[in-house]
Design a protein around this ligand. Structure first.
Ligand code: AN7
Length: 361
């Protein structure tokens, strides 16, 4: 369990539970320690007796959950004397890899699917000084090339195939248990490369082995309809979704994730683009939480399951991880934006525009 006092970052807070030694550099941007926010509107609006909590990972230093695993992976790369780092990414991994590599003073190379990276993520990656190579292909193509490169060159791999990434990401499950003083009944996540759902499950298992919790949650994974290889049971050659973070057709942690779902007696299913959009808009407008579209998939899935009576009538605690910040993807945010044409600088004109003409009559 994390110590009290000012938050010191995941390595310092959970060093006993992480594969770090005295030789591991205490790299940190003070990641982790994110709030577990009770849902004010969405949870209470749903049928059943849900206590819905939102783990807002968008408040990490680079705006996504990736920082938890990245800090451990880059610290271990420093310890091993790595001269360069590399990753494939739908955006958040690259932003995080670039930031922690910059902090560590190690050059970083990132491969991204050309044209399918949200603007904020690209901006971060570029400004943190990573060498960005857009690839004519999707994330799965990028990851294939990265695996090829690390097989032949001594460059540290920062994708979640790197076990240290998984170790670091487990800390989010520790934090949930620390905050609730026990495990939730269900934990819901968006699923792309399937690292996070796996890491959470391993984190809950680890805490159970330590006697920190009695029961483990059921894991609920949600994929976008057009990018749902785990639900369909086969790789998708051309995955499609506006939630570009999870636009992945052949997840690297396929088997581990399916085992996590099975062992936890959970489930993995799809959510539609409309359901993602609706949950995204409700989170912003009703909860005050601005997340990126992929993050809304967890909430979209829980809304659907609750409306179908999945959680029954018993009191049930559900945690949804909100994996990334809304500022990552401004294009998606302004997609169906209201009229943003400028008004004359005049009180009457402004009131007429915002309240309607009858008010000013
Ligand atoms: C906001 O950055 O795969 O199932 O390359 O950015 O662990 O992959 C991002 C994934 C969910 C899915 N939400 O997590 C990448 C990348 C957000 C994400 C996921 C991602 P995984």
């Amino acid at each position: 369990m994390a110590q009290g006092g000012p938050w010191r970052g995941v390595i310092a807070e959970y060093e006993d539970l992480l594969p770090v030694t005295e030789a591991t550099p205490r790299l940190t941007l003070l990641e982790g320690g994110t709030p577990l926010i009770p849902s004010a509107q969405i949870g209470p609006s749903l049928p059943g007796d849900l206590r819905l909590f939102l783990k807002f990972e968008g408040l990490n230093p680079t705006g996504s959950f990736k920082d938890r695993g990245m800090v451990v992976a880059v610290a271990k790369a420093m310890e091993a004397g790595a001269r360069a780092t590399i990753c494939a990414s739908t955006g958040n991994t690259s932003a995080s890899a670039a930031a922690y590599s910059a902090r560590a003073g190690i050059p970083c190379m990132v491969l991204i699917p050309h044209g399918y990276i949200a603007l904020g993520k690209l901006a971060q990656t570029v400004r943190h000084g990573a060498k960005v190579v857009p690839i004519k292909g999707n994330f799965d193509d990028c990851l294939r090339v990265v695996r090829d490169i690390v097989a032949h060159y001594p460059i540290a791999l920062l994708n979640s195939l790197n076990p240290y990434r998984m170790d670091g990401q487990k800390t989010a499950a520790f934090e949930v248990c620390d905050a609730l003083r026990g495990a939730p009944d269900y934990h819901a996540l968006p699923v792309g490369n399937a690292g996070n759902v796996t890491a959470y499950w391993w984190g809950y298992c680890h805490y159970r082995e330590l006697g920190m919790i009695d029961l483990q949650p059921r894991m609920l994974g949600f994929q976008a309809e057009g990018a749902a290889p785990l639900v369909r049971g086969e790789p998708i050659a051309k995955p499609e979704t506006r939630a570009t973070a999870i636009r992945i057709g052949n997840p690297a942690r396929w088997r581990d994730a399916m085992r996590a779902i099975r062992e936890s007696r959970g489930l993995i299913t799809t959510v539609s683009e409309d359901e993602i959009r609706s949950a995204y808009e409700r989170l912003a407008a009703e909860e005050g939480l601005f997340v990126e579209p992929a993050s809304a998939a967890s909430v979209a899935g829980v809304i659907r399951l609750a409306e179908n009576g999945f959680f029954g009538e018993e009191p049930t605690t559900v945690v949804c991880t909100l994996t990334g910040h809304g500022l990552k993807d401004p294009d998606y945010a302004l997609d169906a934006a209201p009229d943003l044409e400028p008004s004359p600088p005049d009180a009457e004109a402004v009131l007429e525009r915002s309240l309607g003409s009858h008010v000013c009559a």
